[in-house]
Design a protein. Sequence first.
Length: 179
Amino acid sequence: MRDLPSFTLAGYDKGRGLLTQALWFAVMNTVFMAWFCPARLRVSLLRAFGAKIGEGVLIRHKVRVLWPWKLTVGDHAWIGEGVWVLNLEPVTIGSHVCLSQEAMLCTGSHDHRAADFRYRNAPITVEDGAWVAVRATVLAGVTVGRCAVAGAGAVVHQDLPELTLQTQDGRRRPVEEPK
């Protein structure tokens, strides 16, 4: 039986104080996610809150990032409309990565074996040239390898080797390196 009232944030570090968290939520929900916010301004806002963002990064509207200070993005990455980076732990996105519409990177989970449902979080890495397709989900602790593809609707719960495609039904097969 779960004892949810006993859940605590023990061992979880948000990385910034309450004022910074509140300011980020205000900025994210009023400007950053808005359709009228230019992509360059989104990059600047993330950098202002501590994200490490490379050159030529495109971030579309409706993107949510829980904690910018726990985000690193390489050069020339695309982050599509509605992507959710739920980064309780660090997320590293390589260069020339595409995160398609409504993809989710989720570094947080709970220990289903513990009555107090404590956190079981882990970082995520998406290596250079990878593609996380529309509505694909990458879960805590996973590395998506170089030029790998998490296909549309896939749930990636274990490392995805380089040059591998994972489909929605969990099947994996090799893919050719992009030319």
